[in-house]
Each structure stands twice: as C-alpha cells, then as structure tokens.
Design a protein around this ligand. Structure first.
Ligand code: SF4
Ligand code: SF4
Ligand code: SF4
Length: 305
C-alpha cells in the first residue's frame, strides 16, 4: 500500500493522540464570517480554462515560473511558486457537463484549521476574514499543511530558510492593507484579469446571495449546492459547478459542517498538556529562525514569497 508523506504525518498525529487518550475533540462554537468579510465566488460554468488568473497571480505575488512550465498542463499543482491553479476534469463522456475546469487556491476558511494548528501565530485571520501568513514567524513545522482539509499551504523546499506559502487574497504584494484595501482597481489579481468573470471578488454576503440567485434562476445549469456555504463551518471562497459534475469530481472534498480546528486544537492541547519541553523547543527554534531571517534580510536575500 502506498502511504504519502502527508498521510504518514496524519497517521502519526492520530497515533500520538490515541496513545495519549485524546480521542475527544474540543467542542467549539461555530464561527461566522466577520461583518465586513470579503471573498471570491468561482463559477465553473463560466470558466474557459484560459489560465490568465494563474499568470496574474504569479505576477502579483512575485512568484517564479515553474521550471517545467512548457505545456498547458504545467504547473500541475499548487506549490511554493503557484498559489492559484486551474485544473481540468474530464469525465470522458459526451456532452459539456462531462468536462469542467476548476480553480484552486486557499479557501479562506471562516474557522481556519491552519491558524488553529500554527503554534507560532504565522497563520492569522484578518479583520476582513482573509487568512494570511507571516513568513518571519514560520519555523517550517508544516502543522498547517497537515491540518488544512484542502491541502493548500505549500513548503518552500528549495529555499535555504523555508516557510509556508499560499494565497493571501493578494494582501502581501498588491498594495493591500489589513482592512482589505486591495490594488488600484480594488480586487485581487485573479479576479481583475478573468475575461469571463468566472471568478469574482466582493463582500461575502453579496457573493453568497449571488451564488444562490444563479442556482435559483438556472436550475438546469447548476448543481443545487454552493460549495463553501456549509463545509468545515464555511469558507470565504465559494464555488458553483455545472449540473452533472459533482464538486467531488473537481477535487473539492466532501466535508461536513464541523470546523476542522476542533480536531487539531484538541490534539495539540492533549498531546502537549503539561509538557514544557515542546514549548521550549519551539521557542529556541523560533529564535534561531528569526535571527537567520534578520541576517538574510540584512544581506538582501529572498526569504519568501
Ligand atoms: S483552505 Fe487551508 S490554508 Fe486556506 S484558510 Fe482554510 S485551512 Fe487555512
Ligand atoms: S487572490 Fe491573489 S494570491 Fe489569491 S489566487 Fe487570486 S491572484 Fe493569487
Ligand atoms: S482567468 Fe477566469 S476564465 Fe480564465 S482560467 Fe482563470 S477563472 Fe477561468
């Protein structure tokens, strides 16, 4: 049987928890999006797979072109240099409903598992609900990657001082502020360039209403479900899919309404309950990372996207 590294990490985490008698996840109150939450709505029925959003994302975030990017299919997945990707689902049958593109990037969860898992506070939920990360705080433990139900954060494997990378709704590189002020046209790079408005940006409540309106007015065009309204407690990136193409075919996992943080927080609290050593080790590692990053910054080195 093939067990991926990610799978092995998850198994190890669960095993440790079991040994510690930590089966019980902490009950958590369901969170709601902040009143001024923003987000994105991706409508797979409108996407033509042009990948203008992929190129715009790379430019806006100063990311390098993947070295193997010579074919349409490349880059094939999210990576430390690809925060946004378009994939093709081909069901193999006749008819448009058997083929669909799908955009993949951070879902900006309302109750983000990455932030709950990160003991260094590198991942944070901002005032407008966007989930961002601070590379200077990251010690590369990859807890966030294991915790994320969508497998989004990626590790900078080829960096001398690696950190995690993911979509921050263009916060870091597009002249944005924590209040959600984006670039001069007021939106992320991917929504700005999309020629079909297959992905749009705006106030979360308006996006929810728009998604539901499209389904109600075109019941033969869409599956009767807005992905992200309920999954893992809600996400600020919402999806619509074509009738006959379930979200699971587009790589969006079937998830319940319970926020994932209930699990990692419960695990951490149980595993480390009463342990001073892990905290001390984290403190030392964090100090070393911080010092190294300062030296690198002073030397003008690139330390993260
Ligand atoms: S999709 Fe993953 S990385 Fe993005 S906010 Fe949710 S848990 Fe965090
Ligand atoms: S919001 Fe910005 S960082 Fe996120 S996928 Fe779009 S272009 Fe990339
Ligand atoms: S720019 Fe728009 S139409 Fe083109 S691939 Fe991206 S989401 Fe689809």
């Amino acid at each position: 049987m093939n067990i991926s590294r990610r799978g092995a990490l998850k198994v190890a985490a669960f095993g440790a928890a079991t040994a510690a008698g930590a089966r019980k996840a902490e009950a958590r109150e369901k969170k709601t999006a902040p009143p001024d939450a923003t987000g994105m709505l991706y409508d797979a029925t409108l996407c033509i797979g042009c990948k203008a959003c992929v190129a715009a994302c790379r430019d806006a975030n100063d990311l390098e072109l993947e070295k193997s990017s010579t074919l349409y299919d490349d880059p094939v997945d999210l990576s430390a240099n690809t925060c946004n990707i378009i994939k093709l689902y081909d069901g193999g049958g006749d008819g448009e409903a058997q083929v669909s593109f799908v955009k993949q990037q951070c879902m900006h969860c309302i109750d983000p598992a990455c932030a709950a898992a990160c003991m260094m506070g590198s991942f944070q939920k901002r005032q407008n609900g966007i989930v961002t990360w601070k590379p200077e705080r990251c010690i590369g433990c990859r807890y966030c990657q294991v915790a994320c139900p969508f497998n989004i954060p990626k590790f900078e494997w080829d960096s001398p001082i690696p950190a995690m990378v993911k979509c921050q709704m263009c916060l870091a590189k597009a002249g944005t502020t924590e209040e959600g002020q984006l670039n001069e046209v007021g939106q992320p790079a991917c929504t700005e360039v999309c020629p079909r408005e297959a992905v749009i940006y705006g106030p979360y409540e308006e996006l929810k209403a728009e998604a539901l309106r499209r389904i109600a007015e075109n019941p033969d065009r869409y599956e009767d479900h807005v992905y992200g309204l309920e999954e893992v407690g809600g996400t600020q990136v919402l999806y619509l899919t074509s009738k006959g193409v379930p979200f699971s075919k587009l790589g969006l996992p079937e998830l319940g309404p319970e926020p994932v943080p209930a699990l990692p927080v419960g695990l951490q609290h149980t595993i480390y309950k009463g342990f001073i050593a892990p905290i001390a080790v984290y403190g030392i590692v964090a100090g070393l990372v911080w010092r190294t990053r300062r030296k690198s910054d002073a030397a003008g080195e690139e330390v993260g996207a």
